[in-house]
Design a protein around this ligand. Structure first.
Ligand code: IMP
Length: 188
């Protein structure tokens, strides 16, 4: 069983491959490039999956994710990519200076589409806290800032296999994998 993942992010590919192989789903990767709408994660994933499936004429998945910080009105949220490239982690730490409530969530949405049907979407969320300083060299982007609930370490301090046990991406990909297995079986 296999599926094609459309993304330009190699970190996501490695994480998704590790997660989906537990479900015996082989991940093929293609960096097709698709228009990323500015909007809700679900809309971005739905649109991207539909666009890529049509372009390729084959079923695909895409994934859209972001960091949502409660005290900042859930910023950067859907602006996560832009904010990472401009303010960076240092900028987030400045915004969080003297902020007591450091609750945050990583959210992930996987979109699956076939060329001629409407996309399916799958959500994954992990709660945690924003650290007071960057820690760790693993992962990417906001990982060194995010301490998942129940841990003292940031995602940046966790090996990929550990992050993959309970990350937002693990949860959305797992939801997709369960659905996909039934979907494939129902076609056989
Ligand atoms: P994208 O639009 O799904 O590529 O994700 C938006 C941005 O969210 C990325 O550019 C990263 O800055 C951030 N992001 C998404 N997932 C993760 C993660 O697992 N760890 C750290 N940052 C992430």
């Amino acid at each position: 069983m296999k599926v094609t993942f459309i993304t330009g992010n190699q970190h996501k590919v490695k994480e998704a491959r590790g997660i989906l192989q537990q479900f015996n789903i082989k991940l093929e990767h293609l960096d097709l490039g698709y228009p990323e709408l500015q909007g809700e994660l679900t809309d971005v994933a739905r649109y991207g999956a539909k666009y890529a499936a049509k372009q390729l004429g084959t079923p695909v998945i895409v994934e859209d994710a972001g960091l949502f910080i409660k005290a900042l009105g859930w910023f950067p949220g859907t602006y996560s990519s832009y904010v990472q490239d401009t303010l960076g982690n240092e900028g987030i730490l400045k915004l969080m200076n003297n902020v007591q409530d450091r609750y945050a969530e990583f959210r992930s949405v996987v979109g699956f589409a076939k060329p001629k049907t409407e996309p399916e979407i799958f959500l994954g969320v992990v709660g945690g806290h924003i650290a007071h300083q960057e820690k760790g060299k693993h992962g990417f982007a906001y990982d060194p800032l995010f301490i998942p609930e129940g841990y003292d370490l940031t995602f940046g301090e966790l090996e990929r296999e550990k992050k993959n046990e309970f990350s937002h991406r693990k949860r959305s990909m797992e939801n997709f994998a369960h659905w996909y297995k039934n979907f494939i079986i129902s076609r056989e």
